[in-house]
Design a protein around this ligand. Sequence first.
Ligand code: AP5
Length: 216
Amino acid sequence: MKISLIGPPGAGKGTFASKISEKYGIPVIAIGRELRRMAEKTELGRILKEKYWGRGKLVPTKYAMEILKEKINKKGYILDGFPRELNEAKKFDKIDQLDAVILLKVKKSTLMFRLTGRLQCRRCGRVYHIKNYPPKKPGICDICKIKLYKRSDDQERKTIRERLKIFNEEIKPIVKYYKSKGILKEINGEDPISIIIRNIENAVKELKKKKLKENC
Ligand code: AP5
């Protein structure tokens, strides 16, 4: 299964990518997470944070593609937040073919609420929300028992607004591209988590069935 989860910042890409990964045993490739790791370890990572993602801007395609190529396993994967630009979608097609692209749709006011209240564990990557999904002990990861942190690109409303603006500018041609290939499904990302998981699973099944029919 080769799935891409796309949607605005705070739509739930990370949340659902990890849930699908647990269920089907396929790895998640999350470029945003890799960039945050790089920023803690390498000079290039620090520069990319300072110039691009830390300000809410996309990193140049070249770096996103390098991370992707290193992580991709042709047996199956879930791409969390890739592609972000039509250019990335076209470049990716030369590497591999996706079975399904799921677009999570969420209102701007909901996104703001989710991002400003999000907390994350540095070790296991689990995502919490101070109101929606609080950890059992305030500020501490239920699993790793270490202190949770707030992502640097979630700290200022200005940066969040920039991320949302860029998403809105780039998404339309991507949607058109995957619709023309017949592999895109839109899902309401405002629903409760259990319903969204079911809807994603059904959408993936439907797209796979369609592909099998076309190949017969
Ligand atoms: P990335 O890490 O991918 O960030 P993002 O796209 O801004 O998305 P988020 O991680 O903020 O949100 P999410 O959709 O994963 O939501 P989550 O599941 O956490 O990328 C970071 C940066 O890296 C980008 O800005 C860009 O600069 C760069 N980058 C990445 N990929 C790139 C690429 N391909 N090319 C160029 N640059 C790239 O959920 C959010 C919150 O909401 C959580 O608290 C969660 O608990 C809650 N929540 C989720 N779903 C629900 C629900 N249904 N009901 C209630 N609460 C919910």
